[in-house]
Design a protein around this ligand. Structure first.
Ligand SMILES: [Zn+2]
Length: 173
């Protein structure tokens, strides 16, 4: 089984006891988050609640984002915490499908698939704006763009044009 899907049938069966700790490795390819440049890794803890399995843990992943000032890619590390509840699809006592509300469903075999919560966590942890360490960080100090100097032969024409504009302006105002 992949290192981001865990069978929690035994966690569900126990009424109390130590929580289960697992190592999580989820390849970027299964998470469908194009910014990720490597797998999400971390440690997750499964704790039995009265009607759900609580997943907590700390995750991190490498990501690659475009610089906000130039076209270079910037490598960053994203970190996020898990705090999600998974409920069985079918109520083990009363039967019938459980409405998950804002929680997640286990699959019918009581497998807990973390890919969705890992993808959402990674997306929410992406920095909104990154700047590369390259020269684009320094202010541009090359030759300033400026108007080309006026050809001296055009100067009399320009003077004339301004006089006409001025007259025109006067006659109307
Ligand atoms: Zn840059």
């Amino acid at each position: 089984m992949a290192d981001y899907i865990f069978n929690v049938a035994r966690v569900l069966a126990q009424t109390s006891g130590p929580s289960r700790v697992v190592d999580v490795v989820a390849p970027a390819s299964v998470l469908d988050v194009p910014e990720l440049s490597g797998p999400v890794r971390g440690t997750a803890r499964f704790t039995r609640l009265s009607d759900a399995v609580l997943v907590t843990g700390e995750m991190q992943a490498p990501a690659r984002l475009p610089c906000a000032r130039c076209t270079d890619d910037v490598d960053v590390k994203v970190e996020f915490a898990l705090d999600d509840q998974f409920v069985p699809r079918v109520d083990p006592v009363r039967g019938g499908v459980i409405d998950p509300g804002d929680r997640w469903h286990l699959d019918p075999g009581h497998n807990l698939d973390l890919s969705q919560v890992l993808a959402e966590g990674a997306i929410s942890a992406l920095p909104p704006r990154v700047i590369c360490a390259g020269p684009c960080e320094a202010p541009w100090d090359g030759p300033a763009m400026s108007e080309p100097a006026m050809d001296p032969r055009l100067a009399p024409l320009e003077r004339l044009r301004r006089q006409m504009l001025h007259k025109d302006y006067d006659s109307h105002g």
